[in-house]
Unconditional design. Structure first.
Length: 100
């Protein structure tokens, strides 16, 4: 198993997405803000990109950033909901009334 490496993420506020680049190409996580909540709405990756561990690490990096900014997180994309189910320690980021 490879060690977890820090993922460089750019917050492209104009496009409302977090971006990172891999050998296969650009990976983005689309978001929107409402009050003190960030809605994670979609993950886009090249068709040939199959590294699920990298996606998990990308989501963790985004959620750690949300913790630092004291934001609540609303996962609306199935892959991100699945991450929350597998990692219950992040459920504290969910706003009141959101159950996964």
């Amino acid at each position: 198993m490879e060690p977890i490496t820090t993922i460089e993420i750019k917050d492209n506020a104009f496009a409302r997405q977090f971006e990172t680049t891999t050998a296969e190409g650009l990976i983005t996580v689309e978001y929107s803000f409402q009050e003190r909540k960030i809605f994670l709405t979609k993950i886009n990756s090249p068709e040939e990109f199959k590294n699920e561990e990298f996606i998990d690490n990308l989501i963790k990096t985004i959620l750690d950033n949300a913790i630092e900014q004291r934001l609540k997180v609303v996962p609306t994309y199935p892959r991100i909901v699945q991450f929350f189910k597998k990692n219950p320690s992040y459920k504290e980021l969910l706003p009141p009334g959101i159950r996964i």
